[in-house]
Design a protein around this ligand. Structure first.
Ligand SMILES: [Zn+2]
Length: 521
């Protein structure tokens, strides 16, 4: 765009110069004053149009933003050093589901130091918290995660090497997630404190996204119910205002109980829980042929006997069923659960199923996405140094991907797909309670395998930091939109109501305490 403006200016100057010299020479031979006068008028008019057009194009490239938006950008920039320190600390701690004591404390303490009222240990989760500032309407919420994944510890380098063998790692970039969201909330808080924005800002410290889905327990407790709009973002290999849904899921455990016996001396006295488990997974794998292609079934065999010379009397499997919509997921869930009975009958053992968790699919909000998109376009593409591009190439080489470097280009807002594929998130449950506006920002190279050491590596160095800061800016600007523009809030709410229809949110997991590991309190 910049190039086009300069070309246009250059072109107009060249014309003016040319016509000027032509006119001067014409005047030497012509005595027709009127012709010369109109010629000057046309020339001036042309020049004026060119200048106007150039100004318009330059203005198009970087539209003016409000004073409040400029202020939040400055407030994010002011926090950059602190943001990098906090995200690096959380990255190195790499605490997993419901064990994120230090990580949650870093964020909650920072919120408190900035004048937020912090409620710790919400929804019976020691690492869950809500930080609130301001009063009255609108109430704008923002979500922040900070849990790591087990077993993928990694140094901030482009070759695979654990930081601490066997430890966790931020393979989903949640060290960046929580910090960017909280820093955006702090930027907005500054303006509320100065009386430049009216309303309330609420930051949600949401634990255990990777395993037990902390937001689900917050949703069940009604912690999001007073929000007008809620924002969130996620680290990604591309940058976009996110207007795609996610998959609904259900998690359940099946346990088989049989009778132990000597595997060789008296196997006829045994009833094998492992036989039941094998028959069960065989059944599931036959079922795959007869379900919709949008459905996903995965399982994790957790126990299947301990030694070879004993008929196992106990086995245990964790099953997950997903689909684009809850209805589709529920149908397959009931069928897969029922199949456990068949397996138990065949192996002559007892069985038990226990529901672990369930998530709603995301209810998309395009009106909010469009506001986010405008702010992203204002911010423009993230740029990278040669060193960062070399780092990205190193990651791509190590993970057998083409050396395409980074993709932080702002693209046009996508159409919302009927079947988006991909993963699931506990943001889904929040999105059926209040409108949720979402964002994805580049924090890893193109094609990086997610939930892997490669994402951990990028989240602990400048590629991740740059994405985090960009996300914080876009989130803060979009929050300003919601405080300053009542019509936008109404538009977002109207779309939410239309998409939701008559459905009243009901968590898939019935009431009960969250599965906090023993010793985590
Ligand atoms: Zn994640």
């Amino acid at each position: 765009m910049k190039k086009r403006c300069f070309l246009l200016l250059k072109f107009s100057l060249a014309i003016v110069y040319k016509t000027h010299s032509k006119n001067t020479s014409n005047n030497l031979v012509s005595s027709n004053h009127t012709t010369s006068y109109s010629y000057i008028m046309i020339r001036s008019g042309f020049l004026f149009t060119c200048v106007l057009l150039s100004t318009y194009l330059i203005a198009q490239e970087k539209p003016e933003i409000s004073v409040n938006k400029k202020s939040v950008l400055e407030a994010v920039i002011k926090q950059e050093k602190k943001m990098i320190t906090m995200s690096d600390q959380i990255w190195a701690l790499a605490e997993t589901a419901f064990e994120e004591k230090e990580s949650a404390k870093i964020l909650a303490d920072y919120a408190e130091s900035q004048g937020f009222t912090v409620q710790r240990g919400v929804a019976e989760m020691p690492t869950g918290f809500v930080a609130t500032y301001g009063s009255g309407k609108p109430v704008i919420g923002i979500l922040g995660e900070f849990d790591a994944l087990p077993g993928i510890s990694q140094k901030a380098q482009s070759t695979k090497e654990p930081l601490k063998k066997g430890a966790g790692g931020h393979g989903c970039g949640h060290n960046l997630f929580g910090v960017a969201s909280l820093s955006a909330a702090v930027a907005v808080k500054d303006l509320i404190a100065q009386g430049k924005l009216k309303g309330t800002v609420k930051f949600y410290g949401t634990p255990a996204e990777e395993k037990f889905f902390g937001k689900l327990f917050m949703a069940r407790k009604g912690l999001f119910n007073d929000l007008d709009v809620c924002l969130d973002w996620h680290p990604s290999a591309k940058t976009e205002a996110d207007v795609q849904s996610s998959l609904a899921l259900v998690d359940f455990i099946v346990e088989f109980n049989g009778q132990a016996a000597h595997a060789s001396a008296d196997p006829w006295n045994g009833r094998s829980a492992s036989d039941a488990l094998e028959l069960y997974t065989t059944g599931i794998n036959y079922l795959r042929e007869h379900i919709k292609p949008t459905v996903r079934i995965h399982y994790d065999i957790q126990r299947a006997g301990d030694v070879v010379n004993v008929v196992p009397d106990y086995s245990r499997i964790w099953v997950r069923v997903r689909d684009t919509k809850r209805e589709g997921m529920q149908e397959v869930w009931k069928r897969v659960e029922k199949m456990a009975e068949g397996a138990a009958i065949m192996a002559n053992v007892d069985y038990k199923t226990s529901l672990v968790s369930g998530l709603h699919e995301i209810l998309v909000n395009r009106a909010g996405g469009e506001a986010m998109q405008k702010n992203l376009e204002y911010l423009g593409d993230i740029t990278y140094t040669e060193k960062e591009i070399a780092f990205a190439h190193g990651i791509q080489e190590a993970t057998n991907k083409p050396k395409e470097g980074m993709d932080a280009k702002i693209k046009p807002l996508e159409e919302t797909k009927e079947h988006p594929g991909g993963g699931s998130t506990d943001v889904g449950d929040v999105s059926w309670l209040v409108p949720v506006v979402r964002l994805g920002v580049t924090t890893a190279p193109k094609g990086t395998p997610w939930h892997s050491w490669a994402v951990v590596a990028c989240g602990g160095m400048s590629i991740g930091h740059k994405g985090m800061i960009q996300a914080s800016k876009a989130l803060a600007m979009t929050m300003v939109d919601f405080y300053d523009n009542k019509e936008l809030v109404e538009k977002v709410k109207t779309e939410f109501k239309e998409r939701k229809g008559d459905y009243q949110y009901k968590a898939i997991l019935p009431d009960g305490p969250p599965p906090i590991p023993i010793g985590s309190n």
